[in-house]
Design a protein around this ligand. Structure first.
Ligand code: FES
Length: 134
């Protein structure tokens, strides 16, 4: 193998070995404006809610559909940390552990929880559901 063949071989190898890193970087969940993708519109539209326990911003519960407003909260109950559930028929978030209830914007409707749920900005971006720490 002469010098030219060797350099071509090394160059192709470098590009090939860099490709997965490049693809992973492009697939990052955060876009340049601070929004994180937490799911797809199809996932959200199936049930009107999308629970992601390990998003880059922490646990997120997105409520809504592509045809309505979407809101997002941290579903960790502020009483003792259980995961609240969206009860769409009652239009409220309910904690299964001790019965606290919250509005969709995180405000406490009923104790024992005293503090509101953390909220996130949320929106539909193309086919993605994205959130941002507000
Ligand atoms: S943990 Fe939610 S009400 Fe106690």
């Amino acid at each position: 193998m002469n010098r030219r063949d060797f350099m071509t071989f090394v160059g192709v190898g470098w590009v090939a070995s860099s490709l997965p890193v490049t693809i992973a970087a492009c697939a990052s969940q955060k876009n340049s404006h601070g929004w994180y993708t937490v799911g797809t519109v199809g996932d959200l539209d199936q049930t009107g809610q999308l629970l992601v326990t390990n998003s880059p911003v922490g646990p997120v519960l997105v409520i809504g559909t592509s045809k309505t407003n979407v809101v997002a909260v941290n579903p960790t109950c502020t009483h003792k940390g259980c995961t609240v559930e969206w009860k769409g028929d009652g239009k409220k978030l309910q904690c299964p552990c001790h019965g606290s209830e919250f509005e969709s914007d995180g405000k406490v409707l009923k104790g024992p929880a005293k503090k509101p749920l953390q909220t996130y900005a949320a929106k539909i971006d193309g086919n993605s559901v994205v959130v941002s720490v507000s």
